[in-house]
Design a protein around this ligand. Sequence first.
Ligand SMILES: Nc1ncnc2c1ncn2[C@@H]1O[C@H](COP(=O)(O)OP(=O)(O)OP(=O)(O)O)[C@@H](O)[C@H]1O
Ligand SMILES: [Mg+2]
Length: 224
Amino acid sequence: MDELLRATGVCKHYVLGDTCIEVLKGVDLGVVRGEIVAVVGASGVGKSTLLHIVGGLDHPASGTVVIDDVDLFALSDTDRAKFRNRQIGFVFQFHHLLRDFTALENVMMPLMIAGISSDEARVPAQKLLRDVGLEKRLAHLPSELSGGEAQRVAVARALVTKPAIVLADEPSGNLDVARSAELHALIWELARTRQQTCIIVTHDQHLAARADRVVEIEDGRLVA
Ligand SMILES: Nc1ncnc2c1ncn2[C@@H]1O[C@H](COP(=O)(O)OP(=O)(O)OP(=O)(O)O)[C@@H](O)[C@H]1O
Ligand SMILES: [Mg+2]
């Protein structure tokens, strides 16, 4: 078993005034290479919090996250940001595309941040946009795309660096049911054909059922 990700004893709480909300109370999660794991659980249970910590966007109060033998929170902030840019692809609930850049430029961006020239970045970015069915929308700004199209650009952007792992947080949260099913199917197909390791947060039972494994967060812990 070739383990890519190992989270151990992850705890997280939020303090607001004199109340403390304990969200994660010691989460352990391992993901092997090529695996697609679905994370489910009631609203507010800590799914996004876990994804942010596993992706190095947020610090746990205690616990460790190791990806590809790299201990995320032992890195300096700068090194962790670099690691994130190269090895982790995020699809957020809302697409967070850069509004002043075209679809193509948005997908090229992670490659260019990693130091790849725009000429070299353009080729894989165009290919991925073709794979998500947007070859005719390369020059559109986010405001000139439909919600579903913008999400597909975000999916292409998350995959373009060939990251070690893709973390998708309810990518369809703001789409209607049909669009959402379509987008789920697309992420699944892309992940499967690229053997892309993936953690997907979802409320959708049908989607979760297609994962290699489903884990549920309940009362701050993971249950299988
Ligand atoms: N910055 C913050 N400050 C205080 N509390 C927070 C903060 N972020 C999240 N929380 C609380 O932590 C809990 C977990 O939030 P989280 O966003 O991880 O839930 P979730 O499982 O993703 O929910 P949903 O399914 O609705 O997206 C919630 O109760 C939320 O109110
Ligand atoms: Mg959430």
